[in-house]
Design a protein around this ligand. Structure first.
Ligand SMILES: [Zn+2]
Ligand SMILES: [Zn+2]
Length: 382
């Protein structure tokens, strides 16, 4: 037994780095050329830039994963050879509806209950494990300590702050080409990634019986996706999505083994070829072993949009073309806004972050704000 006061922090995997799905960029004010966020001077000579925003990449970005480029001999891989550190899907791929402001987690829900919520004004924790722990009030009503707090999930409308919650997930991987017991995290807010990876993990877990120790290939693939269009209808857009496959070589060996097990005669003939992998596969049918490996606690979940990762590029957000189109739509339809910067400043003020999926609600908030502001201006004049 651990000494409970001294060993509160359970052993965790160390984090070796962050693998990103995009870059941070900014536009030159003069020639509109896209420059990396760190650029001091544009090719055109200009040194003034617009706001920094992330854009998706067609490859895994390794700039914050030290040594990986050298180990895999590829600075822009579209595939990574990985292991997953845990057997549970929720441990390897924690996903929540979350709302972050700067580095503070305001709300976290699992789609059924709000697991954690704070009053952003006072910083007090007001919700824990699906229950209000204090009396509090929002513009949507009064809540009493002990109230069951349901998480609205994708509809985002239970109480004021939940309107901002959005899916946030993180894949925790070990790199097979970096033989060390330290993980890399890959954050995503893409609903497609969250749904697809969860489905793939569930299928593999049910088929093979475990996730830990199975050699996987994680791929970033271009996919055309249909999304709602402004003013109705749908349009197709290109996204780079994560996809997980069990290493085909390993699957081949697995099938061979199963064949041998099904045909005892063949098994006898080829007995000498039975290697560790085959024994390993048989062991997987048994309850999880008590190796040190399986005792590793899940790492502390580090938020993709908070703390040290506040700059996380995020493949669903901020697509320039979408954002430009959205700004144009706002400027065309809400006369109060004077230019894109005016919209972007208002969004910052309202703590709104552009996301294609949330366009309608962002538009509504911007419209509401413009109405209120226009009214206030009219009052001031009168
Ligand atoms: Zn320029
Ligand atoms: Zn929420």
């Amino acid at each position: 037994m651990p000494i409970k006061d001294l060993q509160k922090n359970k052993p965790g995997l160390a984090r070796a780095g962050v693998i990103r799905l995009g870059y941070k960029v900014k536009k030159c004010n003069k020639c509109k050329e896209q420059n990396y966020a760190g650029a001091v001077k544009c090719k055109c000579g200009n040194t003034k830039f617009g706001k920094i925003y992330p854009i998706p990449a067609d490859h895994f970005v390794l700039t914050d994963a030290p040594g990986v480029t050298e180990a895999i001999k590829n600075p822009k891989p579209t595939e990574l050879r990985i292991y997953l550190p845990f057997n549970g899907i929720e441990q390897n791929f924690p996903a929540y509806h979350q709302y972050w402001v700067a580095s503070a987690l305001i709300c976290r829900g699992d789609g059924e209950h709000i697991q954690y919520g704070i009053n952003p004004q006072s910083g007090d924790i007001i919700i824990r494990d699906g229950q209000a722990i204090k009396d509090f009030e929002t513009k949507d009503g009064k809540f009493r300590a002990g109230d069951i707090m349901t998480c609205p999930g994708m509809t985002h409308d239970t109480y004021t702050k939940c309107q901002h919650c959005k899916p946030n997930a993180m894949l925790i991987v070990l790199l097979r080409d970096m033989p060390r017991l330290a993980y890399y995290q890959i954050a995503t807010t893409s609903i497609h990634n969250i749904v697809n990876l969860t489905e793939q993990l569930t299928y593999i877990q049910e088929t093979i019986g475990r996730l830990q120790g199975v050699p996987f290939i994680l791929k970033l693939r271009s996919r055309k996706i249909s999304v709602p269009k402004n003013g109705g209808g749908r349009m197709r857009t290109e996204k780079y999505l994560l996809s997980l496959e069990v290493d085909p070589e390993w699957v081949q060996r697995l099938f061979t083994t199963q064949n041998q097990l099904a045909n005892p005669e063949r098994q006898l003939l080829s007995e000498t070829t039975i290697d560790d992998d085959i024994i390993d596969i048989e062991l997987s049918q048994q309850p999880p072993s008590q190796s040190s490996y399986s005792q590793i606690e899940p790492p502390v979940w580090i938020p993709p949009n908070g703390n040290d990762d506040s700059d996380e590029p995020d493949e669903d957000d901020y697509e320039t073309t979408d954002l430009d189109r959205f700004y144009k739509h706002v400027l065309d339809t809400i006369s109060w806004y004077t230019d894109p910067n005016h919209i972007s400043d208002t969004m910052t003020q309202l703590e709104l972050v552009y996301n294609l999926d949330d366009e309608e609600s962002i538009y509504d908030s911007l419209a509401q704000h413009a109405n209120a502001a226009a009214d206030a201006e009219a009052d001031a004049v009168a």
